[in-house]
Design a protein around this ligand. Structure first.
Ligand code: GDP
Length: 306
């Protein structure tokens, strides 16, 4: 995974290791390295502003660093880069989803999870994957079919629900999505279920009615976590849409989908840097088990692994 982005960092460290002749890097060399890394990051689909910030910070981190002439130069450089990335992203929380929701359940039941994002980004599949994971942990869930707009949305949810054995609370198309969410929460309260997962509509994000509708669903359902589903393949577009959403609805964290089909990897860095929100999971396939917990430090380590 993230092959292109890993290659970008590998080629950057190799480039330093292979050309370093003195114990510190000259200003001229640092400047070349900055440009080199910037280009590599942009080629890996990192947004320009983010590539700029990351390459600047890494090169600043390397300034004055003494690289051992005969020792393990590569590890020394990797450590500097790792420290710089950790610092650059220090305020982006690392959230372990499974332990967070378990903790939430100690204080209340049901825990309400609201899923947001445009159609096609993988919202329904992600709801199914997360439910499958929670069921394996011994929890129960009900789904709210709160996309009452798109023809086929309810049936699509019911398809996954049937396979997983989950109840779907639905109204007819055109009904108020907030009322569906409300009913699903009542259902969970009455049945003593652990989770309510709310699917929402994802038509044009510039549609103010949709944004107001989502805002109402959020106000009524008071979700414990509002999760934006971001399609890695649509990196910058997904970023802009998430920013637009966050003007109307609270976003607590993200799931980045289709990472298995996205060797460039750069959008992950872009989402983290620009949105400063935790990524709970990466979607890594179409199966229910294809969900990988995300930890930013592990991600950086993976990027820098030789
Ligand atoms: P929604 O409209 O946002 O609910 O999107 P869907 O859940 O229907 O997903 C749209 C398409 O993306 C479907 O064909 C899914 O199987 C596929 N998909 C979702 N998540 C992933 C993922 O992590 N990897 C891959 N390869 N495909 C995914």
């Amino acid at each position: 995974m993230f092959d292109r982005l890993r290659k970008a960092f590998k080629s950057f460290t190799d480039s330093i290791v292979n050309t370093i002749s003195t114990t510190t890097l000259s200003e001229e060399r640092l400047s070349e390295l900055r440009d080199e890394l910037f280009m590599q990051l942009v080629d890996s689909d990192v947004a320009v502003d983010v590539a700029d910030a990351v390459s600047n910070a890494i090169v600043e981190g390397l300034r004055g660093v003494k690289v051992p002439r005969f020792g393990d130069k590569e590890s020394a450089i990797r450590e500097v880069i790792m420290n710089t990335l950790s610092k650059l992203f220090s305020d982006v929380p690392n959230v372990d989803f499974a332990s967070t929701v378990t903790e939430l359940l100690r204080g209340k039941r049901p825990v309400v999870l609201l899923f947001l994002g445009p159609n096609g980004y993988g919202k329904t599949t992600t709801i199914a994957k997360i439910t499958h994971m929670l069921m394996k942990m011994g929890y129960t869930a009900v789904w709210a079919a709160a996309d009452t707009f798109r023809a086929g949305a309810i049936e699509q949810l019911e398809g996954h629900a049937g396979r997983l054995g989950v109840k779907v609370i639905k109204h007819s198309y055109g009904a108020d999505p907030a009322a569906v969410a409300y009913d699903a929460i009542n259902y969970a309260v009455n049945k003593g279920l652990h989770f309510v997962m709310i699917d929402t509509a994802g038509r044009m994000h510039t549609d103010v009615n949709l944004m107001n509708e989502l805002n109402k669903v959020q106000r009524v359902s008071k979700p414990d976590l509002s999760i934006f589903i971001a399609d890695a393949l649509l990196g910058n577009e997904a970023l802009e849409i998430a920013r637009h959403y966050s003007k109307y609805v609270r976003i607590d964290g993200l799931v980045v989908t289709k990472v298995d089909a996205y060797p460039k990897g750069g959008a992950i860095l872009t989402f983290l840097y620009m949105l400063r929100k935790p990524i709970y999971f990466l979607g890594v396939g179409q199966g229910y088990d294809d969900l990988r917990p995300f930890n930013k430090e592990e991600f950086f380590r993976e990027l820098l692994a030789s």
